[in-house]
Design a protein around this ligand. Structure first.
Ligand code: ARG
Length: 463
């Protein structure tokens, strides 16, 4: 049997393999809410414009509500022979209300229909992701306030560089997630236009009101060019690109959690809630959630590259290739949602070890820059000379296998006679971080202020 929706000029049905490659219902059924919302907006507009009779419009709207109930309650039977969500819904509508159902597809095509459904889905999903990102920022800022003065090693090249505070480190991620949210907001704003009414590609001869359907569906305005309306998937790409950058940030943080929680680093502990044990090594506590957040960035970034590749060779306008935008996008955005939830959970669950952090902060001569700065400030030495003198003093301490603050004044003076006992006021890790009061610096006073600023900003947005 040929397809009941478009099979007029077909004598036989598709080959089984054709059905396999063509059907999208298994994944695009996720769009059912959006599809019904789009159809209801369309049919209300058709009725109001007198394109179809008011009683048909009413019957169709009621029928669509009934279909929605069936899908919601799980009694709806999805059919692969009907290819996709659009035709599954329309066919069921015909079962329920009869001939009037055939009028729903007036002045529209599956091309503008799917573009509309997908925009609605991506838009609503971005809104939900933004809330989760805000929640992660909140978890980070709260922990940052609690640990505003906890000294830890700051790294470059993963080598001890200078002491920083744990709160400062967490606030770095609050900034990153803040930019991620900015990208989501931009993408949302740009995509919030209504493609419905572009029809197959050229627009329609019926007197439709696209501003009306735009308003009903919460779009800011109708899209301006019918060809662009059905062939544009920029909005999916922008969402995936914002998601990829966010996933990359989460992956970096996850990598840090993996490092910090190894017994060799031992800077942070996770509880039973976000770790797993080993079936053979009883001592193990593995940071699986962090590892999976790190790994899932792969499929999120993969969805972006995959869709870029699908789109780059397509002549205008619609081509079936574009059906491939869905599985990757659904998977990527739901993976990101899971990663954000896991990250917020881990941040709230983690216990930094203040003592271990402080000890590690002092290792690797992390206060050498403080010594060099002291030479510049107190002895008015040019920084390059101070760097050289400090290097020599570090060499002396390293040869004795002791910290800089453990050297005697006489030992330091053997390198630079003008050094006075005042130098010891800058050599501890706590003194070091307290001195970093420059704007954006790691001083606990800065960190407290910033954490509080973020917390009140986040609270204000939520209310
Ligand atoms: N399932 C299709 C998709 O996702 C719907 C649009 C089909 N349009 C068409 N002209 N075959 O892209």
């Amino acid at each position: 049997m040929s397809n009941q929706m478009w099979g007029g000029r077909f004598q036989s049905g598709p080959d089984a393999i054709m059905e396999d490659i063509n059907a999208s219902i298994e994944f695009d059924k996720a769009l059912w809410r959006q599809d019904i919302a789009g159809s209801k907006a369309h049919v209300a507009m058709l009725g109001k414009q007198g394109i179809i009779e008011a009683k048909d419009a009413e019957e169709i709207a009621k029928g669509l509500d009934k279909v929605a109930q069936e899908i919601e309650s799980g009694t709806f039977t999805f059919s692969r022979a009907l290819e996709d969500i659009h035709m599954n819904i329309e066919s069921r509508l015909a079962d329920l209300i009869g001939a009037a159902a055939g009028r729903l597809h007036t002045a529209r095509s599956r091309n503008d229909q799917v573009a509309t459904d997908m925009r609605l889905w991506v838009r609503d999903t971005l809104d939900a992701l933004d809330l989760q990102m805000a929640d992660l920022q909140h978890a980070l800022a709260e922990k940052a306030l609690d640990y505003a003065d906890a000294v830890m090693p700051g790294f470059t090249h993963l080598q001890s560089a200078q002491p920083v505070t744990f709160g400062h480190h967490l606030l770095a991620y609050v900034e990153m997630i803040g930019r991620d949210r900015g990208r989501v907001k931009d993408a949302r704003k740009r995509m919030n236009e209504n493609p419905l009414g572009a029809a197959a590609l050229a627009g329609t001869s019926f007197p439709i009101d696209r501003a009306m359907t735009a308003k009903t569906l919460g779009f800011d305005r109708p899209t301006a060019n019918s060809l662009d309306s059905v062939s544009d998937r920029d909005f999916v790409l922008e969402a995936l690109s914002a998601a990829s950058i966010c996933a990359m940030h989460l992956s970096r943080f996850a990598e840090e959690i993996v490092i910090w929680t190894t017994p060799q680093f031992g800077l942070v502990a996770l509880s039973d809630k976000f770790t797993t044990g080993s079936s053979i090594m009883p001592q193990k506590r593995n940071p699986d959630a962090a590892e999976l957040v790190r790994a899932k960035s792969g499929r999120i970034i993969g969805a972006l590259t995959s869709l870029l590749i699908v789109m780059k060779g397509l002549p205008l306008t619609y081509a079936k290739d574009m059906q491939e935008d869905k599985e990757g996008t659904f998977d990527a955005l739901s993976s990101l949602s899971l990663c954000l939830a896991a990250m917020s959970g881990m941040v709230r669950d983690m216990t930094p070890d203040r003592k271990a952090m402080k000890k590690a902060a002092g290792s690797g001569y992390a206060t050498a820059t403080d010594l060099a700065d002291w030479l510049v400030r107190t002895l008015k030495m040019p920084f390059r000379n101070a760097h050289h003198v400090t290097g020599k003093i570090v060499g002396l301490a390293a040869a004795k296998k002791i910290g800089l603050e453990k050297l005697t004044l006489a030992e330091m003076q053997s390198v630079e006679p003008k050094i006075s006992a005042d130098v010891f006021t800058v050599l501890g890790v706590e003194k070091s971080v307290r001195s970093r009061v420059s704007f954006g610096g790691t001083a606990p006073s800065n960190v407290k202020r910033e954490a509080r600023r973020w917390l009140s900003l986040l609270k204000r947005k939520a209310s």
